[in-house]
Design a protein around this ligand. Sequence first.
Ligand code: AMP
Ligand code: ZN
Ligand code: FE
Ligand code: FE
Length: 284
Amino acid sequence: MARLDEVGTPTLDLHLHSTASDGQLSPADVVSLAARHGLRTIALTDHDSTDGINDAQTAGNLLGIEVIPGIELSTAVDAGELHMLGYLIDPNNEQLMARLAQFRDSRDRRAEVMVERLNAAGVVVDLVRVRELSAGGAIGRPHVARALVESGQATSTNDAFERYLIPGRAGFVPHFRLEPVGAIELIHAAGGVAVLAHPFSVADLHTTLLKLVAAGLDGLEVFYSLYNDEQRSLLVTLAERYGLVPTGGSDFHGFGEREGHEIGSSKVPADTVDRLRDAARRLH
Ligand code: AMP
Ligand code: ZN
Ligand code: FE
Ligand code: FE
């Protein structure tokens, strides 16, 4: 594979969010922004939704940007959460669409419970406003956080998370329980390949990775925006050891919210999508 220092200006970004989940830009605007940053290939990886992919691909066709269909599924592990990326999925796969609709329903109910709990704790949040901010996309903590910032109860989304939305705080409510292995199966059944997102978010990475590899994991998000060279080389070693495709991206959600996640900010090797396609061909 390409060595870290051989990757020049990034032309790929395989981890991007839009208004189909908790991003701030529409799918088409994400694609135009990618074009302005000189990217050639991107993947839209909204949480629990493929609803933005069609619009992103239409915009991509106009602007000469290749848009790879993607998804980011939230899964539950004993130590907290684990995010699984899916690439090259069929966004219209019926089983996938049915499950995603279920996850989004559960996110909607979770938002209600979050708001109830916050209000009970004296933190006034308006559910109607939270729903408005989610604009019909998969609703999540960032929408509640933005409502808290708007009403002056937090100074930034990050502040809102720290005060009210992380485990142990008044507004924290866990997700619908999907196991990581179930997420891999769902992605495979939709014709895609499964990639462990931001691996250092996983508490017991080495043990978990063994289980995921046994369950058919295809890739590892090595070139994640927040990771330094040392972390990336450790992940490169793990990817080689387990035969996983190293992928990467920014986890861009919009402007002025989370530092270090600027679009195109991560050096992702140019052959990454070819390697994902090879993995998908071998599998399907
Ligand atoms: P949810 O899926 O509703 O639990 O929300 C999780 C999402 O919130 C993550 O995917 C990030 O996009 C975002 N997020 C997590 N931590 C923070 C933070 N400290 N500040 C802003 N956004 C965050
Ligand atoms: Zn997000
Ligand atoms: Fe994530
Ligand atoms: Fe993400």
